[in-house]
Write a protein that binds this ligand. Structure first.
Ligand SMILES: [Zn+2]
Length: 490
């Protein structure tokens, strides 16, 4: 087991040595999607980031239980218990049952996750499947007097909780500052304090998804599901809790308060948050009209995109930024990522054809250490990819006869490549590489280069040079070999 892993902990705002509570077991919870619409790219980035984190922990030998929930009830439009139920509203709009909405978008979400080559979590609990657990937790919190009931709804009393605990601990903010940033309660508001949040919400006559409870018919608040389900599958205190940065201030802050109130223990050792997406430097959002969905990115069917990019190119592009940095989408950055991804895949093919020597002129151990050091430093995939591109350069130098490698070192290099490119980064040869157009292009280039070979044999050097120059001009690299030729598109 690697003992050098360092994780940036949002809770302490420091990089800390990773020491699981009960090694070799690791419990990791990531807030999943609210399945009332297509999963957007921001969410996809979060899940891809945690997929890489999951994969690296597995690679290091940890036995990881990865829980990622599906929010299929209880999520109102506003994060502060206001607005319509997201599922009911969508169901009305699409003339579906709420659970039809849930099914439709859960399947869509799983499709996107599969296309991005993410590993499924160990457990994927749903809010509707854990109503009893949520009610039990609300009862526990009530027993410790941190709740009050108003007209059939149960609220968490934040100011009372804050007297003995630090409510703003996750974002390092005092409750006075938080209160200042919240709107005044309206006359009809049932809440006592502005920061209070609902644990159980009384159903209205038109509410479609509702359950019986000790407080009357209603449905759970959004935050309680994650506290109840993480405790059920990972225990009252577990190792890693992740999610998007936008969840920190309200959802995760409330999760800590609920769990601490119910179980008298801080629920999570390491809190991890992924950063936001931007498009050409501006924050990506639906309202700004610059948000695109994964499938729009694949097809290029969006006014801001010049063309489409394969899912593996997008995954590679995302990994090129550290998960705590903003990720900026631009056509240029995507094209650069595509070039880098193709180089990496091509090098994998070259690697299998390398010839070995009696001695090595390259330091493989250093390359391996560099890759581990990058990932051990808070999962720095950006640095890892820079090192992998150095590996690509070395593979090509060995192939060109400019560097030498022994058989033993070649095996190490292959292991390094497989471990980090496929197992940890979760990349794979993309399907577009085998598409009809690409196949045809390959066949045509082979055909033209065979004509050149014939011209050379016939000592028609004018023609053979002309073919070579034209192809080079079109960005095709040609290498003459004993067997004939090799080429690649630059
Ligand atoms: Zn959550």
């Amino acid at each position: 087991m690697d003992q050098n892993l360092i994780i940036y902990n949002t809770l302490t705002r420091e990089k800390e040595k990773f020491e699981p509570i009960n090694p070799p077991f690791v419990g990791m919870y990531v807030c999943g999607p609210t399945v009332y619409s297509d999963v957007h790219l921001g969410n996809s980035r979060t899940f891809i980031s945690f997929d890489i984190i999951y994969r690296y922990l597995l690679h290091l030998g940890y036995k990881v239980r990865y829980v990622r929930n599906i929010t299929d009830a209880g999520h109102l439009e506003g994060d502060r218990d206001e607005g319509d139920d997201k599922f009911a509203k969508k169901a009305k709009l699409e003339q579906l049952e709420p659970m039809e909405v849930v099914q439709k978008y859960t399947l869509g979400f799983h499709d996107v996750m599969r296309i991005f080559n993410t590993l499924p979590p160990s457990v994927e609990p749903t809010a509707t499947g854990h109503i009893l657990e949520q009610q039990e937790m609300i009862k526990k919190i009530s027993k410790r007097n941190y709740t009050y009931v108003r007209n059939g709804s149960v609220y968490f009393d934040v100011e009372k909780y804050n007297k003995k605990n630090d409510y703003g601990i996750l974002t390092n903010r005092k409750i006075e500052d938080l209160l200042e940033g919240t709107r005044e309660l309206s006359g009809q508001d049932e809440k006592k304090g502005r920061l209070d949040f609902a644990l159980w919400i009384k159903a209205k006559p038109e509410t479609l998804m509702k359950w019986d409870s000790p407080w009357g018919v209603g449905f759970p608040g959004w935050h309680i599901e994650c506290s109840a389900m993480s405790a059920k599958y990972l225990g009252d205190r577990f190792d890693i809790h992740g999610g998007g940065m936008d969840l920190q201030a309200t959802h995760h802050t409330n999760e800590i308060a609920q769990s601490q109130a119910a179980n008298k223990i801080s629920p999570v050792k390491y809190w991890m948050h992924t950063n936001m997406l931007t498009v050409n430097g501006t924050r990506m959002s639906k309202s700004a009209g610059n948000g695109f969905l994964p499938h729009e990115l694949f097809t290029g069917d969006h006014p801001l995109l010049e063309r489409g990019y394969s899912p593996m190119v997008v995954r590679f592009f995302m990994a090129k930024s550290h998960y705590r940095s903003t990720l900026d989408f631009s056509n240029k950055a995507l094209i650069d990522a595509e070039t880098g991804f193709r180089k990496l895949m091509k090098a994998g093919e070259t690697l299998n054809k390398l010839s070995t020597s009696k001695s090595s002129s390259v330091n493989i151990k250093k390359l391996v250490n560099n890759c581990y050091d990058a990932m051990n430093d808070d999962f720095n995939t950006a640095l890892l990819i820079a090192h992998l591109l150095e590996v690509v350069r070395i593979i090509n130098l060995v192939n060109d006869g400019k560097e030498k490698i022994t058989k033993v070192d070649l095996e190490k290099l292959k292991r390094l490549y497989n471990n980090f490119v496929f197992d940890v980064l979760g990349l794979k040869e993309d399907d577009s590489a085998g598409s009809k157009e690409n196949e045809l292009t390959g066949e045509l280039i082979d055909f033209i280069l065979n004509l050149r070979l014939e011209a050379k044999k016939n000592k028609d050097f004018a023609t053979s040079d002309k073919i070579r120059d034209e192809l080079i001009q079109k960005g095709i690299k040609i290498k003459d070999t004993k067997e004939g030729f090799e080429w690649e598109i630059d």
